[in-house]
Design a protein around this ligand. Structure first.
Ligand code: G1P
Ligand code: ZN
Length: 543
């Protein structure tokens, strides 16, 4: 078998501090682009000679072609073996589990998560390490450095590997094992939850709708919810993955999961609704006429996790990303366990999970997970909810009412201002940064600022410091506004404004979130001068 070395120049352009690379699909399809980045990963992780690696993606356009290239490059770089999901498909949490279960040196995950797919949409690739989680900051820095120094890549000349037939094959001297993408993951879920209780819940007539958004979770959800747990046929909708996600935007939030929201807010709504994203790591939960914010969902899971066998002994601690609401902190305080506040991005949970300091973690952006893998896990969150509902005999509404009564309610919303010219977005952040020290004591929109800072994080496990992670402005009474720039967009800059307000008065627990948050929204927009600096009157997306 012939191995070629192809001369190249740095072209990948991964930004420091980001995990993996997301670009327009056509960019990834340009000559040598994918190859260039794959070799940079290989060089950045110290080579793959003699190593085994997992390879799989969310099935979006170009997934299968990219996997053939990755396999040929792994072979040329001396890898011992590749474990690949059938058809090239693995959800991100399933890939994380496979890396851990099979003890591989890591894995290549192909996905642009919740971004649309297709030749004119987005593609992405990232490397996860041996713990199953996104490459650490240190490894990422090495990959970024490799992208700037690369001069050649190695690739084997060979025919395509048949990705569709389960079993063992080979590519030159490298073994290739094609595995069913669902089996191991489903077994893991069975080991965590009380499947008999959930089966009994469905048998009693409990109705659910799961919107797979034409993305990777379809086969997982159908196998687990319908075939194993006995949910009625048709519980899973949009369950057949397609390379462009049915032309949709596979982001499970009230805006993009509109079909599900309409049903859950309509007459005869099912008892429970849920959705997950392109690669299956995000989730949305909604009860009849009741959307559950991801921040509240994390708090519910923390408060009730002991109802599921895997968490019966209680939680070691919890962690949330900084912009996530403080709801889970209040649950943690009541349980006497630590609640860590980390920068945005799942990689910051890795050390805490590995060190056994936290069991559950989550982000306001619809990600929740636990120490069972090292990624957020959409279907896992849905199954934990089902286990809680089955075990407690309560409805979503009763669970939420009790959460707010016992811990107070953190009203929450996020405004996204997308595709802003980078210089204008920077101007908003610089403007805020410049006034931080003058803000405390200032009154705006009837609220008094009591703290303002730019979030920096010292990792409690390895001591690494991460700076400039968003601007926090706290108000007396427990309201907060957070500003940060998105690190995952592919066009221009996105400013995210996260708005939250704690309410503990019993008669103020069922306000409309818009009403409850109006003063915080107004204070945030005034202080940032966002409208003037960007020319934007309104956010593109409110979640
Ligand atoms: C977004 C979310 C963040 C999440 C990331 C990857 O990043 O806000 O919580 O970890 O996607 O799913 P952002 O675009 O805000 O940088
Ligand atoms: Zn995702």
């Amino acid at each position: 078998m012939q191995h070629d070395t192809v001369a190249t120049q740095p072209i990948a352009g991964q930004k420091p501090g980001t995990s993996g690379l997301r670009k327009k699909t056509r960019v990834f399809m340009e000559p040598h682009f994918l190859e260039n980045y794959v070799q940079s990963i290989i060089d950045g992780i110290g080579g793959v000679s003699g190593k085994n690696l997992v390879v799989g993606g969310d099935g979006r356009y170009f997934n299968d072609r990219a996997i053939q290239v990755i396999l040929r490059m792994l072979a040329a770089n001396g890898a011992a073996g590749a474990i690949v999901g059938q058809g090239g498909v693995l959800s991100t949490p399933a890939a994380s589990h496979l890396i851990r279960k099979r003890g591989t040196a890591g894995g290549f995950i192909l996905s642009a998560s919740h971004n649309p797919g297709g030749i004119d949409a987005d593609f992405g690739l990232k490397f996860n390490g041996a713990n199953g989680g996104p490459a650490s900051e240190a490894v990422n820095a090495k990959i970024v450095e490799a992208t700037t120094k690369i001069s050649a890549y190695h690739i084997t000349t060979a025919d395509d590997v048949d990705l569709n037939t389960i079993g063992q094959t080979a590519l030159g001297e490298m073994s290739v094992e094609i595995v069913d993408p669902v089996t191991d993951y489903a077994a893991l879920m069975d080991s965590l939850f009380d499947f008999d209780k959930i089966r009994a819940l469905f048998a009693s007539g409990f109705r659910m709708r799961f919107d797979a958004m034409h993305a990777v979770t379809g086969p997982y959800a159908t196998a687990i919810l319908e075939d194993t747990l006995g949910a009625a046929k048709g519980t899973v909708i949009n369950g057949t993955p397609s390379p462009d996600f049915g032309g949709g935007h596979p982001d499970p939030n009230p805006v993009w999961a509109k079909t599900l929201m309409d049903e859950m807010y309509g007459d005869n709504a099912p008892d429970f609704g849920a959705a997950s994203d392109g690669d299956g790591d995000r989730n949305m939960v909604v009860g009849p006429h009741q959307y559950v914010t991801p921040s509240d969902s994390l708090a519910v899971l923390a408060a009730h996790a002991h109802r599921a066998p895997a968490y019966a002994k209680g939680l070691a601690g919890v962690a949330r990303s900084m912009p996530t609401s403080g709801a889970v902190d209040r649950v943690a305080a009541a349980q006497g366990i630590e609640s860590y506040e980390t920068p945005t991005g799942w990689k910051f949970f890795g050390n805490l999970l590995d060190a056994g300091r936290v069991t559950l973690c989550g982000e306001e952006s619809a990600g929740t997970g636990s120490d069972h893998v090292r990624e957020k896990d959409g279907l896992w969150a849905v199954l934990l909810w089902l286990n809680i509902l089955a075990q407690s005999g309560q409805s979503v509404a009763q669970i939420m009412e009790a959460l707010w009564r016992d811990y107070g309610r953190c009203y929450y919303t996020r405004y996204d201002f997308e595709d802003i010219e980078t210089a204008k977005a920077e101007a908003v952040m610089d403007g805020l940064r410049a006034q931080l020290s003058n803000l405390p004591g200032r009154e705006v929109a009837g609220l008094t600022v009591n703290f303002a800072d730019e979030f920096a994080y010292d990792d409690p496990v390895d001591g690494a410091r991460t700076e400039a992670q968003g601007i926090r402005i706290g108000f007396e009474g427990g309201a907060r506004a957070v500003f940060r720039l998105s690190g995952t967009g592919t066009v221009g800059a996105t400013i995210r404004v996260y708005l939250e307000r704690l309410e503990t008065a019993p008669d103020a627990l069922s306000l409309s979130p818009q009403d409850a948050l109006a003063p915080v929204v107004s204070a945030a927009l005034t202080l940032s001068d966002l409208h003037n600096l960007t020319g934007r009157d309104a956010p593109n997306v409110i979640t």
